[in-house]
Ligand binder design. Structure first.
Ligand code: COA
Length: 189
């Protein structure tokens, strides 16, 4: 993982050596992003929701200007296609620096390993560039894909009672998965 020039100019937040890089979303991504998310709506349900129209996408861009919200698009190096997204939000700065991680892949790009690459880049950004102490993911117990992604990246299931979070207008049970900076550093030498 290293910083590098993007093929299209500008600067990547972090870039993998092979397939995927991360960058901040821009207003001009609205068409591509929302059409990918519209086509993925049934695939995302009931696990996650994402902006599917330009109005909501513009609100997402506005949110991403806040200091407690880092939005990252996972893009394919080969053709710059947006394949998915990660959000670190909210980022809570107190006695420790924590963030919640959310993500989803576009359906047509699922199960190709792009998100596995992407989550490594997100964690590098979180622990190196943002100097966070801990990243948490709240995952519904039946979400096998998300559990595979998080556990594969080294997140562990916390020993805490299930929590209820509202996703897509419904309150749903979640488990808390987390990774501390110390654990990430131990994994990455
Ligand atoms: C979770 C999600 C982002 C994974 O995306 P993806 O493109 O399949 O991810 P990858 O191809 O990089 O695979 C990551 C791991 O998940 C596993 N996986 C993916 N889909 C799976 C499924 N349906 N069942 C079991 N494992 C699955 C892959 O085998 C891989 O595991 P490995 O590294 O041990 O081989 C995607 O399924 C998604 O967007 N789901 C809907 C939204 C969502 O659940 N968001 C998270 C809310 S907490």
């Amino acid at each position: 993982v290293r910083g590098a020039r993007l093929p299209t100019g500008g600067r990547a937040i972090a870039v993998s050596t092979h397939r995927v890089y991360l960058r901040a979303p821009r207003l001009t991504d609205g068409g591509e992003f929302t059409s990918l998310m519209r086509a993925s709506r049934a695939f995302h349900r009931p696990w996650a929701s994402a902006p599917t129209d330009v109005g909501r996408f513009d609100a997402y861009i506005a949110d991403s200007a806040r200091t407690d919200f880092v939005a990252l698009l996972a893009c394919r190096i080969e053709d710059d296609a947006i394949v998915g997204f990660f959000n670190l939000s909210p980022i809570l700065i107190g006695s420790t620096r924590n963030a919640y991680l959310g993500y989803a892949v576009g359906k047509k790009y699922a199960r190709k390993g792009y998100m596995r690459d992407g989550i490594e880049l997100v964690l590098h950004h979180a622990f190196v560039d943002l100097a966070l102490d801990c990243v948490e993911a709240n995952i519904q117990p039946g979400n096998r894909a998300s559990i595979a992604l998080a556990s594969g990246a080294g997140f562990r299931l916390d020993d805490c009672p299930p929590r209820y979070l509202k996703i897509g207008g419904q309150w749903r049970d979640h488990e808390r998965w987390s990774m501390a900076a110390t654990e990430w550093r131990a994994r990455h030498g």
